[in-house]
Design a binder for this molecule. Structure first.
Ligand code: ADP
Length: 408
């Protein structure tokens, strides 16, 4: 850290942004010690927008606002920070960016050239990347020269061995970038760091992480590095998700095209009307609702979700040639004890024995003391990971010294 920055860290803050199609989530951190001061979001951008936030104490904010686009939504966040987070001076901004393509295997300081490269990746993630870029554009407009860092969901997986990176398609497609990128990388990286600190022996071994939220995937790690993931070229592959299909026979898509569905209709179906929502016959994409529903279709959707996870445990453990630890994270992984229990039932063959009482109490360690494989429940912190990356990446950049020089 430059001496100039150190002098004025008292008010120096980092802002993390996660811009989606109709929302911007944010978190505000003190640069000093990376203490989180507040989190919040603007939702329903372009509609009946609301601003919601909570600070690290008891205070909560919830108000309807006028936010027809991402620029206005960000403006509302900036005004709120200026009003409520006394003395916070935004010194760097970290953005969650879904796709870093073949180029980015680590966070990068955002420049015009980086933005041009990220725009080229829009066709690879048409439902996410444009919104991430809209967030970056809005932040650059609002913050001028403040250093901004792009943190990628794909970066953690970029060292996949070739066999877990390719599809058996004509080779030229691989060279064009049709690869298994894998996603949720910021979450997996956080878990890898957590294990390094708290379970260093296991961190060096063979670990399976199940990130089970609205989006869901699993990652096989060896020595803290991703070697395989259930997600592939897009954020559709692998496990069924809230509304996304997960693994599907490509022949089904050919059939639907031959039946007259166009690319847009198929895309909407795969991203928005499939997964738990589709298989439950429209009951819900939300695991809490499904667990409470009791309808046969809801039960089948849950059973399919669980069975796909169990299959992937077997497949990924084979890729790792064994298993030392399994970690559950994400909204479902962290909170849904019945799902964890069903995933781990009858897994003694792979060395996992669940402790039902610990699991139901949502404890950190959920395996029994007899279990050869350690089973953990670890809340993820993707924003915290972005904040750390932003600090580290912006710190080595000359711009942050320039900003703090100007401020001091
Ligand atoms: P996102 O991928 O959008 O970040 P989350 O990680 O917040 O999503 O996960 C949302 C999912 O977690 C929803 O399906 C929700 O029902 C589920 N979930 C949250 N709390 C519980 C709970 N106590 N029991 C079961 N499912 C839960």
């Amino acid at each position: 850290m430059s001496a100039a920055l150190r002098q004025d860290t008292a008010g120096a803050a980092l802002l993390t942004l996660n811009a989606g199609s109709s929302s911007i989530k944010f978190a505000l951190y003190d640069v000093d010690g990376l203490r989180r001061r507040a989190t919040g979001l603007v939702e329903a951008i372009g509609g009946a927008s609301r601003f919601k936030a909570k600070d690290d104490g008891q205070h909560q904010w919830d108000a309807s606002i006028d936010a027809p686009n991402h620029v206005d939504a960000l403006q509302a966040i900036i005004e709120w920070i200026a009003r409520e987070m006394a003395g916070a001076v935004i010194s760097a901004i970290g953005h969650r960016v879904v796709h870093g393509g073949m180029l980015f295997d680590r966070p990068v300081l955002i420049t015009n050239e980086v933005i041009a490269q990220l725009r080229l990746l829009v066709p690879l993630a048409p439902l996410h990347q444009p919104h991430n870029l809209a967030g970056i554009d809005a932040a650059r407009e609002a913050f001028g020269e403040v250093p901004q860092v792009a943190c990628f969901d794909t970066a953690f997986h970029r060292a996949h061995p070739f066999l877990n990176d390719c599809f058996a398609l004509p080779r030229e497609l691989f060279y064009q970038g049709v690869r298994r990128y894998g996603f949720h990388g910021l979450s997996y990286e956080y878990i890898a760091d957590y294990l390094r600190v708290h379970y260093p022996h296991h961190a060096r071994g063979r670990v399976l992480v199940a990130h089970l939220g609205n989006g869901a995937s699993m990652c096989a790690m060896r020595d803290g590095r991703s070697i395989a993931s259930t997600m592939g070229f897009s954020a559709l592959d692998g496990l069924p998700m809230g509304t996304r299909c997960g693994q599907v026979d490509p022949g089904v898509l050919l059939y639907l095209m031959q039946q007259g569905m166009d690319a847009q209709e198929i895309s909407t179906m795969l991203y928005e009307r499939s997964g738990l929502l589709g298989l439950s016959g429209g009951v819900s994409n939300d695991m809490r609702v499904l667990l409470a529903s009791g309808s046969p279709e809801a039960n089948e959707a849950i059973a399919y979700f669980v069975s796909r996870i169990r299959r992937e445990v077997g497949g990924l453990a084979a890729a790792l040639e064994g298993l030392d630890a399994i970690v559950f994270t994400g909204g479902i992984g962290e909170n849904a004890a019945p799902i964890r229990e069903r995933v781990l039932a009858g897994m003694a063959w792979i060395g996992v024995e669940i402790d039902e009482a610990r699991n139901h109490a949502n404890e950190r360690v959920i395996s029994s003391h007899l279990s050869r494989v350690l089973a953990l429940r670890v809340p993820t912190d993707e924003e915290g990971m972005i904040a750390r990356h932003t600090l580290n990446t912006a710190r080595i950049a000359p711009e942050i010294a320039a900003v703090s020089d100007a401020a001091g």
